[in-house]
Design a protein around this ligand. Structure first.
Ligand SMILES: C[S@@+](CC[C@H](N)C(=O)[O-])C[C@H]1O[C@@H](n2cnc3c(N)ncnc32)[C@H](O)[C@@H]1O
Length: 377
């Protein structure tokens, strides 16, 4: 029979984050949640002990999802170990307590799902593990529908539709458990945040090259925002970075974008507005409609990879855009730029008179763009 470790003491939350952005998320958690102590971190995950389940958690803008740590179980690697795994998870006091606690909220047809991830050499898939755990739980919680895994996509979609523009909040329409198998250890958590949390309560807007608001927020934080910033994203896309920058004070937050279809209201010669209401001008980043030496901070997700049809166009684009940034930025201005073409941007920014460094490399839809910080000297 596998051994289990119950959760004890103050709550521990798992914050999931885009791999490569853990350090930014840690800084934000410590700054935002009073008394938070980081207990461990690994790629894409930050565990923090907090004095209580603080509503300030929902103010976090660099994390994708939050889970409450419920306990750990020992995990066997053979298929025959699966039923013992299920029993061990279903026997955790935190798991069963959770169902009792939630039952009254869900009326006649409460449902739950189990998601699993797996690292190591097990003879079964993560779906097998999730199913085994869900079946064991279902036996203990009569009246609850096991929605694992077949209808999980339906549940997620329903949550998005239900929540519409509503502000992110803890409550959601199903209980979602998470099992992370790391070799012979299984960590069990309860998902606190709805799917719309990382999309700021909106249904996701799809545009080629657009990044999650959580990534945009991390990039903005790397620019060390100041309330006297004139802030520019010259490759604004749908305005995700502008919207995140607009959540804290600045003298001005503006963007430019060459494709007028991406921003509502943006038409040739007209000014559109990003999600946060910041003005976006239809303009070429190589010829910005901005006066010399006026911009103090730039954050931009540059065109790269599949978004650019002609790879050869990248080199001249980066050279010309870097030269234009040099013109519009003030001395000591900061620029945070993200691209997979590190060699090209380093050469272009160096030639334009910037000094810089690679801050981190992230995982993004199968690509690994780097984030670079530059100072205009
Ligand atoms: C990687 S995307 C940026 C996406 C944005 N961060 C978002 O989340 O929506 C790069 C953007 O640069 C735009 N672009 C490409 N060449 C440009 C140019 N010369 N001047 C201005 N924008 C350009 C593309 O249309 C695209 O929207």
């Amino acid at each position: 029979m596998p051994t289990a470790r119950e959760r004890s003491g103050p709550p521990v939350v798992l914050a999931t984050v885009t791999p490569g952005l853990e350090a930014v998320a840690i800084a934000e958690i410590i700054e935002t949640v009073a008394g938070a102590v980081i207990v461990s971190t690994s790629r894409g995950k930050v565990y923090a002990r907090i004095p209580a389940l603080d509503p300030a958690l929902t103010d976090l803008r660099t994390v994708d999802n939050l889970y409450l740590y419920l306990g750990e179980v020992e995990v066997g690697v053979r298929r025959v170990d699966l039923s013992a795994l299920g029993t061990a998870v279903a026997s955790l006091g935190g798991v069963i307590g959770l169902f009792r606690h939630r039952e009254s909220d869900w009326g006649d047809s409460p449902s739950f799902v189990v998601n699993a991830s797996r690292i190591g050499k097990q003879a079964y898939s993560r779906f097998d593990a999730a199913t085994a755990v869900a079946q064991a739980i279902a036996l203990k919680v009569p009246g609850w529908t096991n929605a694992t895994p077949a209808v999980i996509h339906t549940v997620a979609r329903r949550d998005l539709e239900d929540e519409g523009d509503a502000a992110p909040r803890f409550a959601r329409s199903t209980v979602e458990l998470r099992l992370d198998i790391l070799g012979q250890r299984g960590v069990v958590g309860w998902r606190l945040t709805p799917p719309s949390f990382r999309f700021r309560g909106q249904v996701r807007a799809f545009a080629p090259g657009s990044i999650l608001p959580t990534i945009a927020n991390a990039l903005v934080r790397m620019s060390e925002p100041r309330n006297d910033d004139v802030f520019l994203d010259p490759f604004a896309g749908t305005g995700t970075i502008l919207a995140e920058r607009a959540t804290t004070d600045a003298l001005a937050v503006i963007g430019t974008e060459i494709d007028s279809d991406l921003i509502p209201g943006l038409r040739p010669g007209r000014v559109g507005a990003s999600a946060g209401g910041s003005p976006v001008f239809e303009a070429d980043a190589r010829r910005l409609p901005v006066r010399d030496g006026t911009v103090g901070a730039v954050v931009s997700n540059l065109p790269f990879g599949r978004q650019v049809l002609d790879e050869d166009a990248i080199v001249p684009l980066y050279i010309d855009a870097a030269r234009e940034l040099r013109r519009v930025m003030s001395p000591n201005g900061r620029a945070i730029l993200m691209t997979t073409r590190v060699d090209v941007i380093e050469a272009a920014m160096g030639a334009a008179g910037f000094v810089g460094e690679v801050l981190t490399t992230i995982s993004l839809n199968g690509q690994n763009p780097s984030v670079l910080r530059y100072i205009r000297v």
